[in-house]
Design a protein around this ligand. Structure first.
Ligand code: DX5
Ligand code: ZN
Length: 224
């Protein structure tokens, strides 16, 4: 079953609670929270305080995408803030296996275990996750260079997703594939076709007037 994960990077922060309610009513399953530190990516967004606010405002699963250096130092704070899923970048982790174990051993504020993901930038090969794949709940394939919403989908990502899907099947991994960046009504069918289950979309949802029409339209395209 396809999971739509709207990225609040493109939401209106003057009314975050209402934005969360509206995407929930529209059929979203996760809310994607992009954390940027101005080091790993050339932009700064928000940290555990916003995750904690989302946790109080919605029952949607909180999908925290850490675009930060040294994520180990911050994982406990995001767990305490209520993260349900935490994704780190392979490029930011010297000891990726250790970091993945740290996420998996963490419990959030509701005492639920946290699901672990690893993200790969467009230029990073799939081999970066090969030896942690068995431990992962999801792999995030970046289809833009991270840092900003509203960028165009990089077409070569489709081949990468297809290859990852084969790799997951060959290894009997239970990891699902998440894709992030430039996912919109005109790209989502192709992204779904190659094995994606979780679709992050920021501007394609929040820049439209009717989130229900947008998300339901995306789900229809996925199921075509
Ligand atoms: C990019 C972020 C994305 C971003 C996607 O660095 O990781 O989650 O919000 O934005 P859109 O959907 O507008 O490409
Ligand atoms: Zn993201």
């Amino acid at each position: 079953m396809a999971i739509i994960a709207p990225s609040i990077l493109s939401a209106d922060f003057t009314k975050l609670g209402k934005e969360l309610k509206d995407i929930d009513d529209a059929g979203a399953k996760w809310v994607h929270i992009d954390v940027m530190d101005g080091q790993f990516v050339p932009n700064i967004s928000y940290g555990p305080i916003i995750v904690e606010a989302c946790s109080r405002a919605t029952d949607l699963l909180l999908d925290v995408h850490l675009m930060i250096e040294r994520p180990d130092q911050m994982i406990p704070a995001f767990a305490k803030a209520g993260a349900d899923l935490i994704c780190v970048h392979a490029e930011a982790c010297t000891h990726l296996h250790r970091t993945v174990q740290l996420i998996k051993q963490s419990k959030n504020d509701k005492k639920n275990p946290i699901k672990a993901g690893v993200a790969l930038n467009p230029g990073t090969p799939l081999s970066a996750i090969e030896w942690v794949l068995d431990s992962l709940d999801f792999v995030l394939i970046m289809s833009v260079n991270p840092g900003f919403g509203g960028q165009s989908f990089i077409p070569s990502t489709l081949e990468k997703i297809r290859t990852l899907d084969q790799m997951i099947k060959e290894r009997n991994s239970r990891a699902i594939i998440q894709v992030d960046g430039g996912v919109a009504p005109d790209t989502i069918f192709d992204v779904a076709k190659v094995g994606t289950e979780s679709f992050v979309a920021g501007s394609a949802i929040f820049n439209t007037p009717d989130y229900t029409a947008t998300i339901q339209g995306m789900l229809e395209k996925i199921n075509q």
